[in-house]
Design a protein around this ligand. Structure first.
Ligand code: ZN
Length: 97
C-alpha cells in the first residue's frame, strides 16, 4: 500500500503540508522535510502528517502556527516541572529511595 499514485479511492485527504505533533522517541535531528534546516531533537516534534519526516519550527510556524504554540507550551511546562523537581530535590529520573 503506497497510496501515492492516486487519492481517488482514499478516504483520507491529507495535504502535503499537514503537520502533526508526535513524540520523538528516537531523538533524531534529521533535517526538516520542507526546508532542510536542522531540527532540535527534543522529546516532542512536528512531523509531516503522512510520513515520519521531521519539520522545523520555522516551517511549523508557517504551516501550523497553532501546533507550534502547543509545542512551546509543552516545552515550557516541561521546563517548569523540571525546575520544580529540582527545587524540591526530587530526582525526576529515579524513584526516591
Ligand atoms: Zn523547515
Amino acid at each position: 500500500m503506497t497510496g501515492k499514485e492516486t487519492n481517488k479511492t482514499g478516504s483520507e485527504n491529507i495535504q502535503p503540508t499537514d503537520l502533526v505533533i508526535r513524540v520523538n522517541t528516537v531523538l533524531t535531528n534529521d533535517p526538516c522535510a520542507l526546508c532542510g534546516s536542522p531540527t532540535d531533537p527534543t522529546g516532542i516534534d512536528l512531523y509531516l502528517a503522512d510520513s515520519p519526516a521531521l519539520v522545523c519550527h520555522n516551517c511549523g510556524l508557517f504551516h501550523a502556527p497553532a501546533l507550534v504554540r502547543l509545542l512551546d507550551l509543552a516545552s515550557a511546562a516541561n521546563t517548569f516541572v523540571r525546575s520544580e523537581y529540582e527545587m524540591f530535590g526530587v530526582q525526576s529520573d529515579e524513584k526516591p529511595v
